[in-house]
Design a protein. Structure first.
Length: 197
């Protein structure tokens, strides 16, 4: 929507608000200055009433979602807002974040639930690629994602309902195996070790 359309919409809404406001009769002895002051006061009252109304009508928010909002506000580099991609978090990030419970205004249980919710889902699993840097609360790299962790994330993403890209990868896998030279007998053991979480 362009700025012109927004300005037209604003003017229409103002006109509707003025029509909806009850007309007050003017006293015979009032001057224009007093009248305009009263209009400003009544406008301020209406504006403050509008600000209070949404708070009353606001639907309750899931406590876990609210805890995630607080984490995003306090630590924006570790918990970026959508559409920015998530980043792999440092192993042991819960212990680090627990030191900030007072600043976050939440309980340890809420913090656990928020981080658990943050670390599940395709958006987080997509960021867990091999050798990707793990980030602490301040956004500093403090480790890397291992091959096992990356393989686990791929498995989790493929188990997600609606993950239909998996069959296409399976079809391409036999061709890749045929083109690749055969290695020793340790290959199945390495694949099995990579599958364990």
């Amino acid at each position: 929507m362009g700025f012109e359309k927004l300005a037209d919409l604003r003017d229409q809404l103002r006109a509707q608000a003025q029509q909806a406001a009850p007309a007050q009769p003017k006293a015979a002895g009032q001057t224009k200055k007093r009248d305009s002051g009263k209009q400003r006061d009544s406008g301020k009252q209406r504006e403050s009433a509008r600000k209070q109304e949404p708070a009353k009508k606001r639907e309750p928010v899931d406590p876990t979602v609210e805890a995630i909002w607080r984490l995003q506000k306090q630590f924006p580099l570790a918990f970026p807002k959508n559409p920015a991609p998530k980043v792999p978090l440092k192993e042991g990030i819960l212990a680090d974040a627990a030191q900030h419970l007072e600043a976050l205004a939440m309980t340890e249980e809420q913090l656990k639930q928020a981080i658990a919710e943050w670390c599940k889902g395709s958006r987080y699993w997509a960021c867990l690629t091999e050798d990707a840097p793990r980030i602490d609360l301040q956004g500093q790299p403090v480790g890397k994602v291992t091959a096992q962790q990356a393989a686990y994330a791929r498995r989790q993403a493929s188990r997600r309902p609606g993950a239909k890209a998996r069959p296409a990868k399976k079809a391409a896998a036999p061709q890749a195996q045929a083109a690749a030279p055969q290695s020793s007998e340790t290959e199945p053991a390495a694949a099995q070790a990579a599958e364990t979480p």
